[in-house]
Design a protein around this ligand. Sequence first.
Ligand SMILES: *Cc1c(COP(=O)(O)O)cnc(C)c1O
Length: 625
Amino acid sequence: MNNPYGIHIWSENNFIIQGSTVNINYANKPSLLEITQDIRKKGHKGPLLLRFPHLIKKQIDKLYFEFNRAKKEFEYQGDFQAVFPLKVNQFPNFVNSIVEVSREYNYGLEAGSKAELIIAITHTPIGSPITVNGFKDKEMISLCFMAAYMGHNITITIEGLGELETIVEVDREFNKNSSKPIRPQIGIRIRLHSSGVGIWAKSGGYSSKFGLTSTEILEACQLLKEHNLIDNFWMIHFHIGSQMGEIAPLKKALREAGHIYADLKKRGANALNAINIGGGLAVEYAQHKTVKELNYSLKEFANDVVFLMKEISKSKSIKEPDIFTESGRFIASSHAVLIAPVLELFSQEYHAKSLRLKEKNPPLIEELYALYKAINRSNAREYLHDSLDHLESLLTLFDLGYIDLEDRSNTEILVNLIIKKSILLLKNEDTNELQKLQDRIQEKYLVNFSAFQSLPDFWGLGQSFPVMPIDKLDTKPTNPATIWDITCDSDGEIGFNRDTPLYLHDIDIDTEEYFLAFFLTGAYQEVLGMKHNLFTHPTEVVINFDKEGNYKADNLIEAQNLMDVLEDMDYNRNLIDKQLKYMIEESSLLNHKQKENILGKLYLYLSENSYLKTIQSNQEIDCER
Ligand SMILES: *Cc1c(COP(=O)(O)O)cnc(C)c1O
């Protein structure tokens, strides 16, 4: 069966379909379904975020492999080094995993704020690089000096001339009268003419928030020389924006930056030895080949960077610089998968059991019923057309007052049942007409997650993420699907789109479970996620594999419970607690035993998170008097 979820486009073979399930293509290849069921058995019922450290490792391995291969191929003399930009994902289960799986490389962390800097200082192995970008004040620069004094290999990237003046000031404080001053290395972020493409392009280019202009770069060099800091200036840095779909803007930026680098070397920046090309390496999120997002491979990316730097160095007769990357999205996105249970299907409930046929029905309805009973493969198209014709006539009869609401309901049910049956019978003749009919009977899937919390870039930027069911993959999904999250906000809807259609299975949620998985959610989504409606970061777990290849679920962190959420919003937890107790104690509507019963249940609920357990609570409170 051809796969309707485009797994071969976006999954990089990390996930495969085996029989009815989607499985992890690693070790003993467990299915997402068995992992999900295992964790849910322990009582964790809402959405689940699964992290796969082996996928972080795979990306880091690939990055180093391709750059080292390109270096060999072009006989490039400089080193290749990389850091992970923390803004992409600062969650401890992720950061600890990335530090763990990258030990064999000299892989470091990049920080853009004071809090991120503290994470970098405490998690980067001594000797591995730390780079510090973004706007900085005196305190932040002082923290960088402290890190240098701890023995860290740390580089401050200057984003403006003011920062350089602060560095001079802080240096005086830290290294007063010292014959062997200890200080961070210095980098300069350059402002390029070239800018990136796509929705994130604003972080590069001439009107960018960041970087020094040519004039400022020259002034900075002057200042560095005056204050004897020029020998600490070793890196230039640029970042042309995230999710760079095409390679051309990068090449342009590399040429521009390469020539700035060469010029600075000639002007006496003798310690200058590295060029940091920032992030931007893109990820394929598309599930349909018509909307693919990137036009290059990692191999091409590495070749271009190494080749262009080689070429520029040769033409300017300078030493080939070390190459740094700060890829974030490329490293982190594949490691996290959000699994969310479907709670309910809101179809236009058309089940045969809802028919209310009368003793005597209008003739056209009798005829519809006969069509429904007799439809088969050879007559399907004809009967389908007849029923659509009858539908029009019956609706007109209703408008004119000749048939009643029950008749109208029977009409709608019968026609929809006939459409569904004919779609199944004619499934091998994928005609446009059938497609259109199928799209008309869209189902709304109510899913236990918050798009605002777990897919903020979908809400804010229209970024799509691959989504598919984790079971039933051996049967053809027939329902054109719209996904509703459980927030009370109409933006929390992933609508059905005819150009990039999503089909899901027809299921009876009362008797079977059905889960959707959202893939590639490991970059940016978690920390950008917001608590709209007070839905919090979902319960998360790290999936590791033992020597036998069996998976184990480690480091489970539960979603915040209701009281923690309120406390986070600066409500006084004790006051809320007291108020709830008071209202139950003082209620004249309850007797003593009922009060006890309700209090017990209330405390149980307060200890749980905001996500739904089931759609109808099966634990009815006993309020009988
Ligand atoms: C955001 C950012 C990155 C990471 O970009 P990706 O597109 O996620 O690789 C790298 N460097 C800097 C300076 C950034 O601001």
